[in-house]
Design a protein around this ligand. Sequence first.
Ligand code: SF4
Length: 385
Amino acid sequence: MKNKTYYIHTFGCQSNKSDSERIAGDYEARGYTEASDWRVCDELIVNTCAIRQRAEDRAKGFLHNVRVHFNEIGKQRPKIILTGCMTHHGNEKLYEMLPIVDEILPINEVGFNTAAIRKDVKHAWIPISTGCNSFCTYCIVPYSRGREQSRDFEAIITEVENLVDRGFEEITLLGMNVNSWGLEKLGIGFRKLMMENKEFTRDDLPDNQSQYLTPTGTPPFVKLLQAISAFEQIKKIRFMTSNPWDFHDELIAEIGRNKKIDRYVHLPIQSGSNAVLYRMNRGYTKERYLEVINKLRAADPDIVVGTDIIVGFAGETEAEFEETVQLSKEIDWKVGFVAIYSPRPGTASFRIYPDDIPHAEKKRRWEVLDQIINKDNFDSRPVVI
Ligand code: SF4
């Protein structure tokens, strides 16, 4: 009998692409084979992104095209399974919004340890943690992916060993806050933040975003980098996403001396105004961000830094935006992924702040920053967050 086939259509970030590799692994372990196209598969998995409204619209548009296609050719459509960040809407709402969906796969059920089916033969993405405890007010991730959970050290190293045996040379470690990997297992100073299903104001949020006290001795993430670097065949290690909290001095020193770690460090700032950072619940100041950058550059002058910035966040005054402009000139990031703010239903900022900056003004601010940061070294387009 012919094997049943699957096809995965992936939207969004690298975490989603990495999850799709593991979803494929799960299907193949169950005897399915990959179809060459969604038009000819038995099961179609749609791995969605919800970080921006436009991302959700794209998934809806794709499902619309699937429905139209099978109606036109008069054939039975594949079974449709929806997963990824749109699952934050909850099953009931999703089935109502997208009646074509047959099944919803909670993203947490994909699991870290399912063997990935990789297209690349040299570079591999490895998830080291999932979820997030940080609750930046604009972000849906803590609701869609749940609480931060670190993958076991042994499981990560076993995966690296297997990759090395197969000739892989480059690794990118993935997580929402890679720098705090392993800290929750130490049980040090975890500050429980349960803001779901609760009315709250900005005053309910903490002033320090770090969920953990600074560990004594070498932080777990640094130990992980050292263990992976010890594989002779591994030539390059990257990691994302870093954040200014839990970016310990030991990590900066390790990046400085360990040249297997990529010289490009991606460190989102989101805003150069402390007042805006406070409203975003980012839990650091621009001074703390500058401290990390200066230490990185002192550790190795070849290190270059890129960032993410949101313009037009709720209540962002012209003076607050100007602070971001000034900081951009001062820091001279190599690249900046500048996003235009739009409130996402389900997030804290959607509930507690009016979206009061006109779209044309947001667009103007985007253009100003894009010109300063990206100039001619990066081909960017405006995105709406
Ligand atoms: S750190 Fe903030 S922006 Fe990043 S995933 Fe967590 S809540 Fe979202």
